[in-house]
Design a binder for this molecule. Structure first.
Ligand SMILES: [Zn+2]
Length: 205
């Protein structure tokens, strides 16, 4: 299975579903509740199901999602911009959600990809244990390496729940990260045009 994650290097065996359920039961004990009370009996099973969904990105190879490209663009080599792709990820420090929106822009170099594929790449990286900076860079770098566009920009705005309800408690604060390649990196005018366009697109919603 394609997987570029460090966990591949681990010598710890992957627990069976039964063992994973026992670990969840132990964690319920750890926080001070009783895994055998009625309301919690099915919780380990549900938690495992939820984790399979939250972290489904480990089962996918994002670069392969962009393999099918279309050259029949009618000569279109202007900006392609997708704004407000929903992002649901988990911080790798606390395994607590961070949620937000991702804006992806690229200028084709003769080839384009289906827009849904861009959203799937975002999802494939988001559904892993992440830090926002790495997530942003992985999305941009994958588009850069597979599509080889004239430029690519990924901007991610997210709220980190681990900062909301624990630690320094800053509810509502957003973190913005960006990763730029090609013309967006090299040409300040192209970059300014992009940011203006994203701002106007968001206002018109
Ligand atoms: Zn965190």
């Amino acid at each position: 299975m394609p997987n570029d994650h460090d966990a591949d290097m681990s010598t710890i065996p992957i627990p069976t579903p039964d063992e994973a359920r026992e670990h969840i039961r132990a964690l319920i004990r750890f926080i001070g509740d009783d895994p055998d009370r009625e309301g919690l009996l099915k919780t380990p099973e549900r938690v495992i199901g939820a984790m399979r969904d939250f972290f489904a990105g480990y089962q996918s190879d994002p670069a392969s999602l962009l393999e099918r490209t279309f050259a029949d663009t009618g000569g279109y080599d202007e900006l392609v911009l997708m704004t407000d792709i929903e992002v649901y990820s988990h911080c790798e420090h606390h395994m607590v959600p961070f949620v937000g929106r991702c804006h992806v822009a690229y200028i084709p170099n003769g080839r384009v990809v289906g827009l849904s594929k861009i959203a799937r790449v975002v999802d494939a990286f988001a559904k892993r244990l992440q830090i926002q900076e790495k997530l942003t860079a992985q999305i941009a770098d994958t588009i850069e390496q597979t599509l080889k566009p004239q430029g690519v920009a990924v901007i991610l705005e997210a709220q980190h729940y681990c900062m909301c309800y624990r630690g320094i408690r800053k509810p509502g604060s957003m973190t913005t990260t960006s990763k730029l390649h090609g013309v967006f990196m090299d040409d300040p005018a192209a970059r300014q045009e992009l940011f203006t366009l994203i701002a106007s697109q968001r206002r018109s919603q």
